[in-house]
Design a protein around this ligand. Sequence first.
Ligand SMILES: Cc1cc2nc3c(=O)[nH]c(=O)nc-3n(C[C@H](O)[C@H](O)[C@H](O)COP(=O)(O)OP(=O)(O)OC[C@H]3O[C@@H](n4cnc5c(N)ncnc54)[C@H](O)[C@@H]3O)c2cc1C
Length: 414
Amino acid sequence: MSTSHVIVGDGIAGSSAAETIRERDPDADVTVITDEGEALYNRILIKEFAKGKLPEAPISIHEPDWYEERDVDLHLNTHVTGVDTDAHEVYTHEGESFEYDKLLIATGGTPIQLPVDNSDADGIHHFWTFQDARKIREHADQAEKGIVVGAGLLGIDLAAICAAQDIEANYLMRGNRWWRYALSLDGAEIIHDALEENGVTPVFESGVDHFETDDDGHVTAAVDPNGDRYEGDFCGIAIGLDFNIEWLQDSGIETDDGVVVDEYMQTNVDDVYAAGDITQFHDTILGERAQNGAWGSAKEQGATAGRNMVADSEAEEFRWVSSYSITHFDFPFLSFGHPTLGEETAERKYSDSEWRRLAFKNGQLIGGVLIGDLSQQSKLKQLIREERQVADQKELLLEEDIDLEKLEAPAQAE
Ligand SMILES: Cc1cc2nc3c(=O)[nH]c(=O)nc-3n(C[C@H](O)[C@H](O)[C@H](O)COP(=O)(O)OP(=O)(O)OC[C@H]3O[C@@H](n4cnc5c(N)ncnc54)[C@H](O)[C@@H]3O)c2cc1C
């Protein structure tokens, strides 16, 4: 008898699981359900589309044919509302039910709305889907003044969209710098200068107390907690994600700001797996629970879950050093591993646009940020993967060209 796999979510995690399952088990029934109106596309590239730089076509990854050719049953525009893990069934908003032998939860997250007055006004954008990108592009094309909120990796995309679309924008940040959890002021200043050069003004120790609107309900300004008023007819907000777990209520599946899984992507409930941004997974390198929000990691988690969902295959661990790059400026930027979880850090500035920061925990390198020069990333990632005790050799790791041979040899087990 064939095994029936149901995958909820057709982002990169869900889709790569479907592909892996089909490769491993030609007889399996594979169903993919998504509430979006289009099959897998490149979420990373929608910012380039919103900037006005790319046509729609290259953003799509899978045409519906892709699913047909692989005998994968794709359901678009279908919101999954619940699951009964005893009956092995999921339910949709249209009252349909799908039985499964193995279930994959790959539903990712939804942008959080600012909890302030008028945050749902016309002209205020959140950014996650291709549909969001289409609306942003259309509006940005006509907008004159912008407001961006959210000093992180997605907020900066919205700032870059304003820059590319010639919108004069203020970028409101809560602390004294961009991405304060991963960067010191020294590193962040490189980003601040680049934003200014592109026509975006960073505003520090700010945020939003409320938005003002015109009589038609369109945003006209943001007023920050200091009482300062910033005019804008276009506003982009990126303050984080709520993970899409409502449909798992009362299912017995353990959740905690996401879905809790082990290193095999398996939840606490038999036959139920999860992959992608939504997982709180056991990170075998860190030795603790972690969450990644990156394309490569979601893809690899989907593939790992897919392999483990196929009956009789030997369980495989997810072991991965995640990375996330930004290409908006004339210098590269890369964050890798877990740059915000360090107990201690080391950093160095090499030139006006070259900077490195490394984060350490329990003596191990666990992540970092590279600005300007990414040439050392593979050596640094290798050290993370090898779980090497290197925190006492920071000077060597800050050398422009790291010589791994100079590092003390790893201690041999007795
Ligand atoms: C603008 C933008 C730029 C980014 N840039 C980068 C980058 O440069 N580098 C990088 O590494 N990462 C980047 N990311 C992050 C990266 O895209 C995500 O980490 C990745 O897409 C996560 O994939 P996923 O499959 O886990 O979730 P998602 O891609 O979020 O897919 C989840 C899918 O499930 C669907 N869904 C949710 N709930 C239900 C339900 N109840 N029923 C049915 N379907 C449901 C959703 O609609 C969605 O289609 C970016 C993200 C955005 C939005």
